[in-house]
Design a protein. Sequence first.
Length: 325
Amino acid sequence: MTKIDIISGFLGAGKTTFIKKLLKEAVSGEQVVLIENEFGEIGIDGGFLKDSGIEIREMNSGCICCSLVGDFGKSLAEVLSTYKPDRIIIEPSGVGKLSDVMKAVIDVSADMDVALNSAVTIVDAAKCKMYMKNFGEFFNNQIENAGTIVLSRTDITDADKIQKAADMIRGKNPKAVIVTTPLAELGGDQLLEIIEKRDTMLDDLMEEVREHHHHDGECGCHGHDDEGHHHADEVFTSWGMEAIVPVTKDQLEDILKRLADTKEFGDVLRAKGMLPTENPGQWLYFDLVPQQYEIREGRPDYTGKVCVIGASLKEEELNSVFARG
């Protein structure tokens, strides 16, 4: 089965950096074919690809997303039969519709042993608002159809602007993973893991709370397991956010003390997260249960995340304290 990854991006978003990182650090042991088109950025130089043993197949029939599906299928079949790759990375034109490329891949997969593995959109953090306003249809299509959205140039963009861009993107695509950590701080293997599987932190925490609640016998259920789980879902609520504004250890200590020891944010049963600090590459991870928490240093994750589970949670207060640090 050949995996197909689509890496799109609006105009000069920084697709090349992302693809180079994947090729060098994550899939160098695989037989990879990169499909570019002449309207895209030809920023990945032939020398680098030749040294990596990767073949480029440029499609002369025009922009992939504008080609007829039949032409696309024929070209893809040729790539598959000629190179028998483990993975195909498609870099469509910066002004195309991601949904068209995805549809073409899905149609082709009906007749061939290929699967759409991921759809990634790279967005310039500083230009997100302007692009959304001026190029709505095309830009929003790339946002709405991506499984992973990578904000580029976050190392030189103000944290508040990054947060606003992430919020705008989240409004168009509530399910995508949004990467806000500078690409230089993430390894290619991390990026591949991110685009191939969705984030499960909140799901895992929720399951932990359900099991704890049921086994302690607090729920008053005497039926099957699923009744206990159902009851726990009714009793407990979860809140989560992607927190991009950096924190200091002192700020985080203050927030966690209030979460663990007071009812300021509701009845908090469990909290977990990882947040960036002002120091590049230095992150703080935390775990919390009532009256107890721990903070440790950890490697950068793709974005800052906080999950809280409890009863009668005060979401506005949680939003406020974590958005500002």
